[in-house]
Write a protein that binds this ligand. Sequence first.
Ligand code: ATP
Ligand code: MG
Length: 923
Amino acid sequence: MRIRRELVGRADETSLVEAAITDGHRLVLIDGEPGVGKTRLLEHLVERAHAAGRTVLAGSATEFERLVPFGTYVDAFTRLTDAAPSPPAEAALRALLSADKADQLDRYHTYRDIRSFLAELADDRGVVLALDDLHWADAPSLELTEFLLRRPPAAGFTLAIACRSDAVPPVVGEAVARRDPRVTRLSLAPLGEDAAALLMPPEVDPRRRRLMYRVSGGNPLFLWALLDADDRRLSELAEDRPGATLALEQTLLAVLRRELDRLSPAGRRAAHAAAVAGELASLVVISHVAELDLAGTAAAVDELCRHGLGTLAGARFTFRHPLVRAAAYDTCGAGWRVAAHARIADHLRGNDGSLALLAHHTERCAELGDERAARTLGDAGLAYLDSAPTTAVRLLREALRVLPERDDLVPYRGVLLTGLARGTGVMGSLTESRRILHEVIHLPHEVASAAVAFSSVISRMLGRLDEARALLSAQTRKAGDDGRVRAQLLSELAAVAMLRSDPGGARRHAHEALALVSKTTDPALEAAAYALLAVACLQDGDLAAARAHSRRAGWLMDSASDTALVPHVELVAPLSWSEISLNRPADAERHLARGIDLATRSGRSYAMPYLLIGQAQLRTRAGRLAEAIEIAEHAASASEYIHSSETLAMARCVLLLPVLWRHGVDPAMTLADSLTAAGPGSAWWQAIAYVSVARVRLAGRTGGDHPQPPVLTRDTEVERLAVQSIRAGADGDVGTALERSAAAVEAAGDLPYQLGIAYDARARALSGHDDLPGAVAAARIAAERFGEGGAVVERGVAHQLLATVHGRMGDVASSHAEIGRAKAAYRESGADWLAGQLTRVERRLAASGQRHVARETALTKRELQVAELISQGLTNREVAEQLQVSQKTVETHVTRIFSKFDVRSRVALARRLASRGDRPASG
Ligand SMILES: Nc1ncnc2c1ncn2[C@@H]1O[C@H](COP(=O)(O)OP(=O)(O)OP(=O)(O)O)[C@@H](O)[C@H]1O
Ligand SMILES: [Mg+2]
């Protein structure tokens, strides 16, 4: 007997579904007990979304494949591309499936890509993503779903989820609890008696109908399962209709198992084979697994369809409901099931099947000591490390469990263990990762060294540099004469020293590494060592050496093949950092682009934050603020994904200035506060954070202290001196301001950006000292140097400073011109907040310009005489004598003159008079 296909009851729910589609709700959650009709209602939603012209993606999770990564999404995108192929859908599918391949995408990238493909698919029609049976979703699919909920890809994006009430994923639950009007929750209750009656075939008599309703409690699936039950069984079941979900499911399963008992032996075998095969259940596979010939299989599958247990679409059999499959899976016998999984694994091996499915079936039949199974699981685990670390860790554990304990397999065991450590480390269980690495450290040194180098990476990401250093030093001693291995460990040591602001140590280790590398012909490793050397020289203030090493590193990196570069890709970050500092933005750009591409393709997710941070810094310098912010935020999210507190703090550091310039003091201060609370662990980045936070605080004219870095290196010295100078000037301490700005100029060497920073501070100090012509000259140099250094925003700031000083000098025309230049620079760079501030400055200047003119022309004849004598260097007494007035009177005149000219010293007054071309400076 068959149940009706059209939807019965559910009038309220369907109208809410209609509204959610029309209004483009963000989330629709359909929940309820097993079999209550969630899938059915979701199907209805999908039909309605199609009818409304939306792009629809529908995928479902399955109970027995919940360990296959991204299964739910692969299903959705496969169905979409089958129905209507489109480039974004195909690209999305490739991204999801590439988790299979050796050069997979890393997890965070996969999420971002899927998100942008969905945005593309949404275009202006909107997109509905319907995910069914989410209670069975694999962990990566759930994470991706959470990601899409937190960051919806487009305005017209609707996520529709069907899920059992007791397994609603936490983020979905939270979204529903927030009572957002764009979220709809449909908690399905069992059907009422009338609706249930509509589901039953008309020939069922009223007494039986009532009994069935009582037993099923209005649960449609239960009703269907009862259709063929005899009266005695119905009465038995009526005694205790279970209330709880679990009990309901058990009862349903029991009922369904009895359905299966009624099949012929071949039919039952086919059902069992199809249950184990899942989405692979074609006639050929069923025949292979059930060990039936093809004709027998076809007859058996027909029998299943006749009993309403499932349908055949093309050559593929699908069960009518997941619970039917579960019942079949349960009843096939544990031993037979293991053998069935092994037969499917064989089939997949013979047919080049997906590594994901192969691993899934292998996992279910792997025996201790089975090397082939161990390698399948191990290779799959290694391939998933970055895209689906949870899955990877599970597969690697299983691989290690079954891998035979043989001497020749020790290196492979080491590789698996290192992978396992990487997976657990990336997932944030550092202690677990460290424990595993300890196991590896006892293995032969080639394997151990890779593990130690990786553990140093973990420690660096957590800002635990002492730990990294200790491990590396110990391993370097053990590493013996293998030049390559030693060079690698020494480079890592140099990186740690660089972060500790120990340029001497970094130079020493890098030189040692280079001495070994020259014998190995590994250009990428050599490039890495030179890059570290370049940064160490910058930290030492040895610019000539920094230039030479940075160029050499860049040249070597350009000549290294992708394969050679991948293991050292993270060290593109220090290279580009040196190139940015040494004013070679084009080189930095090229190297970062390649590094990011390689890190993405090779799944080295831990390298991404470093590279993105370099790129954000480059964009900030070039005045591409919107991009800089986006990239730095991307670096921050990528850091959160890999639980790297250190790169998170670094990303926030590089966010400070672009956020300040674009969005203003408040958001920048919030960031600065987060850095005060949880700043970088490395001394070098503490120094970088220190100067950046100080610049933000200066802009906000707020005090408050950010912790001073423990070690100061030369690369941040100019900025530090400049900040101190400007701060002293703001406090009225003109002497200190002048002295610090002079020191900054001295320290800047010949680097344009540094010179710009120093002369900007110099100009401010001179302006505070009322040396306005001096201030103008210094600010001009600042603007020019910033221009040379490609620092668009800072150049704008220097022009703004020039405008203010010209304004103070009463030179309205020059002031206007400078404002125009500042404005253009801010507009070009997207420095919206600065542009807003500038408008205010402009208004103030216009007003005070008029005041200046008014005041200065209002100088009395006598005042003018006094002013001119004073600027010739006469004392008050001498002026009094010459004009034949009392000294007291002269003092009064002087006070007035100072006030009218807005100056505080006689020298300044002289300069002011000299700069007013319309008046003679003397005579
Ligand atoms: N309102 C309805 N009208 C018609 N048929 C329905 C209705 N609700 C459910 N059914 C049918 O009852 C069966 C079970 O429903 P469905 O598969 O939607 O349950 P479910 O809540 O998704 O269960 P599970 O929790 O196991 O996923 C299906 O065959 C479905 O077509
Ligand atoms: Mg369902």
